[in-house]
Design a protein around this ligand. Structure first.
Ligand SMILES: [Zn+2]
Length: 277
């Protein structure tokens, strides 16, 4: 009973603070994060173990820490398997809760689709290649294991996973969390990292990508100004620019996204409270 209490207490502490996960003899796998669709989950096992999720290898850092992520429409049942340095194995079943996304159905619209002029198609292709290479790194930066904070103050004006269905045609879901604010509102780094892209892109305007380590990246869209450059190290809380409405934006807002490699995850699940606090 005492062991169980200690286990529960440590686990709760980790969940509440997002601060250093410590594996004790009683715990083979510690997980920190919400077990739901769209979630980034951080974990730790004994250093030198190997971990797989549904049979796919998961990268571990020297401390035995790792990151896994579940996409918007991910299936709910997963198996995390750990092989410890002594060769023994442990499996943990993960059951995600299913999310209800905000789906807006709008019918009776004119079918005049807005397609980009041929002249910009080349630029759009170049933009996506640059974004992909800015998110290709696999650094051991430990920042991703620390607590994230909201990157701007303001009301939430758009959420992850929301989708419009126009005349029965489902559009691409929204993968960021939007914080509305007047142009010039300060934007800060939600956690520390290294800048891998700072560029003016056709759709997303002034766009900034920060590598937080272990293939986890923040992307900020539609910024008015960007005050850091590629290669810069930024500290959590440091100003990185201001809110804008550059690119194809409807009104000034900051669109913050989180990627784990190619997986698009919900930034809002990483922060507590509201960006208005
Ligand atoms: Zn947005």
């Amino acid at each position: 009973m005492r062991i169980l209490n200690r286990y529960t207490k440590t686990l709760l502490t980790c969940l509440l603070t997002s601060l250093p996960l410590i594996v004790t003899a009683q715990q083979d796998i510690v997980l920190n994060g919400k077990l739901t669709q769209g979630s980034l989950v951080r974990g730790q096992v004994a250093p030198g173990s190997s971990v797989s999720l549904n049979g796919e290898p998961v990268k571990l850092n020297a401390q035995g820490k790792f990151v896994i992520g579940f996409e918007r429409d991910e299936t709910l049942s997963h198996t995390l398997r750990v092989e410890k340095p002594d060769g023994t194995t442990k499996s943990r079943q993960i059951t995600l809760s299913k999310r209800d996304y905000d789906i807006q159905r709008i019918d009776g619209l004119d079918q005049n689709m807005v397609t980009p002029p041929a002249s910009v198609l080349k630029r759009i292709r170049r933009d996506s290649a640059n974004v992909a290479s800015a998110r290709a790194g696999d650094s051991d930066n430990d920042a991703v294991f620390t607590r994230f904070i909201w990157p701007a103050k303001g009301p939430i004006t758009g959420v992850y996973g929301s989708q419009r269905v126009l005349n029965g045609d489902p559009k691409r879901p929204h993968y960021g969390v939007d914080v509305g604010g007047p142009i010039g509102t300060k934007v800060i780094a939600p956690v520390s990292g290294t800048v891998t892209l700072a560029d003016d892109l056709y759709y997303s305007g002034n766009t900034l990508i920060i590598d937080h380590g272990m293939r986890v990246f923040s992307t900020f869209l539609h910024m008015d100004t960007i005050t850091v450059s590629v290669g810069d190290t930024v500290e959590k809380g440091q100003q990185i620019g201001t809110i804008g409405e550059t690119g194809r934006a409807t009104g000034p807002h900051l669109d913050w996204r989180i990627n784990l490699g190619n997986k698009r995850l919900d930034p809002q699940l990483l922060v507590t409270g509201s960006p208005n606090d």
